[in-house]
Design a protein around this ligand. Structure first.
Ligand SMILES: NC(=O)c1ccc[n+]([C@@H]2O[C@H](COP(=O)([O-])OP(=O)(O)OC[C@H]3O[C@@H](n4cnc5c(N)ncnc54)[C@H](O)[C@@H]3O)[C@@H](O)[C@H]2O)c1
Ligand SMILES: O=c1ccn([C@@H]2O[C@H](COP(=O)(O)OP(=O)(O)O[C@H]3O[C@H](CO)[C@@H](O)[C@H](O)[C@H]3O)[C@@H](O)[C@H]2O)c(=O)[nH]1
Length: 343
């Protein structure tokens, strides 16, 4: 029996593949490499290049492998782009999730774990910490594209022999403790990645988007979760579904809020050198503070985070950024091309 990981060449998906392999699972990946990298996929996983909604490709994957569960990461994840190009987000995040679910139901794949997001709550999430029963008012097409997928999962589970766990991620950061993978996307917008790049001289500075929020220092507060704790929650979700547990929607965060300045100070401290910081206006769609009530995931999934420490998150991110810097762009590019040519 194998687990199909869609988007397994991306940031979170590539960590999921290692978490599954470390747990002795048989892993199959499908990824179209729009933002992921072939070299990021652990060699022991079987890789299919293509779209996670391509019916013929999925049919081939289901025929060639005994897929028992799907963990679905493939999607578009840059929130501001979802505002300028909403239809692309509804297509890739909602329409293609529907196609994948339909193929799963037809092939009798009964277990599905889905990448959802804290963005489903919207800006009123400021009354912290936010639990799963909070009103769902996404501020962006990205949040709606994920919420609509959650609703499809709910209805599919009511109608078919199909169960799911949707995990609403808060701010994912950090890299594999063994240095096997990390966040490699060019032009990333996530704060921890941006700050690590600036610390290592890959960017001229970090802009702080808003200094007048009603938070302890005026900058935005978020709940940063280490990517390996997140993938461990997915593994626990898989165990729940296999054990006959009911479908579940649960937050994944630590319940600890850090401001932008807190994060930048930690990067400076761990790195050992200051880097340039610039005050900038608020970014559209940003909430003042978003912190998880994660008691449901801890209870229902028996999930106990192991890396819930900002210093650990930042250290692993800096280690990965250093590693990327040591491998020249040429090296990464030629690895990528050579692998792509082999398909
Ligand atoms: N990073 C975060 O903070 C965060 C927070 C909440 C939710 N999420 C969700 O988690 C998932 C993974 O995010 P990530 O940060 O790893 O992003 P990522 O861009 O690094 O990974 C996405 C992967 O999916 C692939 N992909 C995209 N569309 C595809 C398609 N139609 N078919 C096949 N492959 C496709 C990309 O090539 C990439 O490898 C996304 O669904 C995202 O919305 C991320
Ligand atoms: O260069 C930067 C980048 C970010 N920020 C601030 O840092 C905080 C975190 O921003 P970012 O890392 O971009 O994450 P979010 O906008 O909070 O969104 C993330 O977290 C959401 C869940 O809460 C996910 O759904 C999204 O995919 C993911 O991008 C916010 O206050 C931003 O305004 C800056 O000040 N400067």
């Amino acid at each position: 029996m194998a687990v199909l990981v869609t988007g397994g060449a991306g940031y979170i998906g590539s960590h999921m593949v290692w978490t599954l392999l470390d747990a002795g699972e048989d892993v199959v990946v499908v990824d179209r490499l729009s933002s992921g990298f072939r070299w990021a996929v652990a060699p022991a996983a079987r890789f299919y290049l293509g779209d996670a909604a391509d019916e013929a490709l999925l049919q081939k994957i289901f025929t060639e492998n005994d897929i028992e569960a799907i963990i679905h990461f493939a999607g578009s994840a840059v929130v501001p782009v979802s505002i300028t190009d909403p239809l692309a987000y509804y297509e890739n995040n909602t329409g293609k999730t529907r196609s994948l679910m339909s193929a799963a139901v037809k092939a009798r794949v009964r277990h599905f774990v889905f990448s959802s997001t804290a963005a489903v709550y919207g800006p009123q999430a400021s009354s912290e910490p936010v639990s799963e029963t909070a009103p769902l008012h996404p501020e962006t097409p990205y949040g709606y594209s994920k919420l609509m997928s959650e609703l499809m999962l709910r209805d599919a589970a009511a109608a078919y022999d199909f169960r799911y766990v949707a995990l609403r991620y808060f701010n994912v950061a950090g890299a594999d403790a063994k240095g096997r993978t990390g966040q490699s996307t060019d032009g990333a917008t996530h704060l921890v990645k941006v700050a690590c790049e600036a610390a290592l001289g890959k960017r001229p500075q970090v802009d702080i988007y808003g200094t007048d929020y009603p938070t302890h220092d005026g900058t935005g507060v978020r709940d940063y979760i280490h990517v390996t704790d997140l993938t461990d929650a997915h593994l626990k979700a898989l165990h729940r579904l296999r054990g006959g547990g009911s479908s579940l929607v649960a937050n994944c965060g630590y319940g600890m809020g850090y401001s932008v300045l807190d994060v930048l100070n930690m990067v400076t401290r761990v790195h050992g050198h200051a880097f340039k910081i610039r005050m900038a206006p608020r970014r559209p769609g940003d909430a003042a503070s978003v912190v998880a009530d994660s008691s449901l995931a801890r209870r229902e999934l028996s999930w106990t985070p192991k890396y819930n420490c900002m210093e650990t998150i930042v250290r692993s991110s800096l280690d990965w950024e250093n590693y990327l810097g040591q491998r020249s762009n040429l090296d990464l590019e030629s690895t990528r091309k050579a692998l792509a040519a082999s398909f």
